[in-house]
Design a binder for this molecule. Structure first.
Ligand code: ATP
Length: 271
């Protein structure tokens, strides 16, 4: 994500950017459980790429592979043209990959503002020691981070709750705060794990608007896991479909919707 304060950034037209993330023949096992088997797909700059599939299909595992939480036993990953070796999540974050989680992972007792501020951690140059020694420099840095965080708060229209402890907020707003924390890191690639789960229709519409605005205004590339098919088909440029850890479909929403394997996978489950 480029400067959140600036107007629309120059980004390639959606779906026409270069490949920034390329996953080739990824296999991931947990003991005898094959979570992912020989999966290949790519993500283009500035697109909204969704990963769908029935429960247990391997969607979250895939996101965990992308941001370095899980290390696949087989396969190759290129991010921005460079092959990634085993990479820890903080390295992925430093390279511009941010994510939100299926179950909200926020500090419930802390305010909205402080939670979003934690998204700036990797950008902070002054450590505690430097804070004590170079108070002026640290102060200036702190102000710059606060300005960024306030920009995120304005963007997500949560000014009125900036000092509220997150645990007191309704679920939909907590999800928005979690998005805010990810945005505070100014990511190039944003991974969203079920950002609309548990939301009512109005909250879903708001979240959809924010996702589209993030993509449109900052040029952020988005990889999204979502169960709501209406949402997925509406906002995605391309959709990859997993079932039992295997890829069974990949393409534009219309293509995927009419793919017989995808239809069979969904008819065979409770979705
Ligand atoms: N840390 C782990 N240890 C062992 N097995 C795991 C682990 N993480 C995932 N799995 C297994 O890998 C498979 C894929 O799980 P995953 O959570 O990626 O699916 P999913 O498509 O995200 O499911 P859901 O839609 O229910 O969130 C499942 O069989 C799951 O039990």
């Amino acid at each position: 994500m480029t400067d959140i304060n600036s107007a629309t950034v120059t980004a390639p037209a959606r779906g026409q950017g270069e490949v920034i993330l390329d996953l080739q023949n990824i296999s991931l096992r947990f003991g005898g459980v094959k979570a992912l088997t020989d999966i290949s797909f790519n993500v283009r700059e500035h697109e909204i790429r969704s990963i769908i599939g029935p429960n247990g299909a391997g969607k979250s595992s895939m996101l965990n592979v992308i941001n370095g939480v899980y290390h696949p036993q087989e396969g190759r990953i290129h991010f921005r043209g460079e092959e990634r070796r085993k990479m820890e999540p903080q390295v992925a974050a430093a390279q511009g990959i941010a994510r939100t989680f299926q179950n909200i992972a926020l500090f419930k007792g802390m305010s909205v503002l402080d939670n979003i501020m934690t998204g700036r951690n990797l950008k902070m140059k002054c450590n505690l020691f430097q804070h004590a020694l170079f108070w002026g420099r640290a102060q200036k840095e702190e102000i710059e981070h606060r300005i960024k965080v306030e920009e995120v708060i304005d963007f997500l229209e949560i000014q009125g709750i900036r000092h509220t402890p997150v645990g007191r907020l309704p679920y939909g707003l907590q999800k928005r705060v979690e998005l805010g924390r990810a945005l505070a890191a100014e990511p190039e690639l944003l991974l969203l794990d079920e950002p609309m789960a548990g939301m009512n229709v109005e909250e879903k519409q708001d979240m959809c608007r924010f996702i589209l605005d993030v993509n449109d205004q900052f040029g952020t590339t988005i990889v999204l896991i979502e169960h709501d098919m209406g949402v997925v088909m509406d906002i995605s440029d391309r959709v990859v479909v997993l079932d039992y850890g295997r890829k069974i479909g990949d393409g534009a929403p219309d293509e995927v919707k009419n793919n017989p394997d995808v239809i069979a996978a969904y008819l065979g489950t409770s979705h």
